[in-house]
Design a protein around this ligand. Structure first.
Ligand SMILES: Cc1ncc(COP(=O)(O)O)c(C=O)c1O
Length: 353
């Protein structure tokens, strides 16, 4: 039986997407060829590529001022490409919100390109709230959802400089005004598709101003100029991402996902707060709908609890190795029933004690 997959990423995708993807590995579009062996310049793949781009725009409600790219190198390469493309050679200055491990890694890379002002709360249990809206910088970078600590930004700074967001772990999961961002990036392997592609959504008019000699692959304008196919793109990842975005659209789009994600996270957080054996990590107002982090009050119960959830067919519940405890990642494709199973496991531990 399929496991209840709470893995933080790569993570669960809809069963119908797995099914179609596996069929395409054997015979794609009736071509008697696998999706893995067709040219990235063939009409059949170009149609997939255009459909994926079009679905991103539709689902995020973006107009044609945004370019849609599927690059490689993960979100980690975007930590480099963003400052390379947005921070001028001379006197570059950017503001970064440090809301967790991934934001800190982005900051580490940006510092190689210019001055970085870091805004951070005392610890990663909550997000910085009062961002000085008069700040002037080449751009402001934030991370919408902190995958490791389980916090999520509910509001974004209203500023006059380009707003850049790492949405790797919550894109397509909730209704926000995506047009407030000038550049969004996200590794595919959570709410988009399999690892391999990285979605970049960028407004062309913020590019080309740095005076830097940017290596071709790292230059967004090169990719835009080549209509997203500068080199061989991650064909399979893009194909499955397109299938997943199609599924999402058929479910009712981001609005429907938000409703379901709200139900799932409400169910789990209610149990974390009610059950005396557990405590949540993130401060209540910043809790993530995608990744719920929690601890056992008494660590000596870990063995018993782990046995209960593993026997119930749950996978991927351990917290990130740097923070321990538990993390339930509830991406779009995770059904509500899986969360109910987890809640039952938490209750079973309580009943036994
Ligand atoms: C918010 C966030 N940013 C960046 C990354 C790194 O992504 P990648 O492995 O695609 O480089 C992750 C990975 O989990 C993430 O959750």
């Amino acid at each position: 039986m399929k496991k209840h997959n709470f893995s933080a990423g790569p993570c669960i995708l809809p069963a119908s997407v797995f099914q179609k993807a596996s069929e395409a590995i054997l015979n794609f579009n009736g071509l008697d060829l696998s999706i893995l062996e067709i040219s990235h310049r063939s009409p059949d793949f170009i149609a997939v590529f255009l459909k994926a781009q079009q679905l991103v725009k539709k689902l995020l409600k973006l107009d044609d001022s945004y370019e849609i790219l599927f690059l490689q190198g993960g979100a980690s390469l975007q930590f480099v490409m963003v400052p390379f493309n947005l921070m001028p050679q001379d006197n570059g200055y950017a503001i970064y919100l440090d809301t967790g491990v991934w934001a800190a890694k982005a900051i580490q890379e940006a510092k190689k390109f210019g001055e970085v002002e870091v805004i951070k709360d005392e610890n990663y249990q909550s997000n910085p709230k009062h961002i000085d809206t008069s700040l002037s910088a080449n751009y402001l970078h934030c991370t919408s959802n902190n995958t490791i600590y389980g916090t999520q930004m509910k509001e974004f700074p209203e500023i006059d400089v380009p707003l850049v967001c790492d949405m790797s772990s919550d894109i397509f999961s909730r209704v926000i005004d995506y047009t407030q961002f000038d550049l969004i990036y996200a590794g595919a392997q959570k709410n988009i598709g399999p690892a391999g592609a990285t979605l970049v959504v960028v407004k062309k008019d913020i590019l080309g101003e740095t005076g830097r000699d940017i290596p071709s692959y790292l230059d967004y304008l090169v990719h835009i100029d080549k209509k997203g196919i500068f080199n061989t793109p991650p064909v399979f990842s893009i194909y499955v991402s397109m299938l997943n975005l199609e599924w999402l659209d058929n479910q009712g789009g981001v609005e429907a996902m938000e409703k379901l994600n709200q139900q799932k996270s409400d169910l789990l957080y209610a149990e974390i707060d009610r059950n005396p054996l557990f405590r949540g990590f993130a401060s209540q107002e910043d809790r993530s709908m995608m990744n719920a982090t929690f601890y056992l009050e008494d660590e000596s119960m870990a063995e018993a609890f782990d046995a209960i959830w593993q026997n119930a067919g749950i996978n991927g519940l351990h917290g990130h190795r740097t923070v321990g405890g538990y993390r339930a990642s509830m991406y779009n494709a995770l059904p509500l029933e899986s969360v109910q199973i987890l809640v039952n496991c938490m209750r079973e531990l309580e009943n036994r004690n």
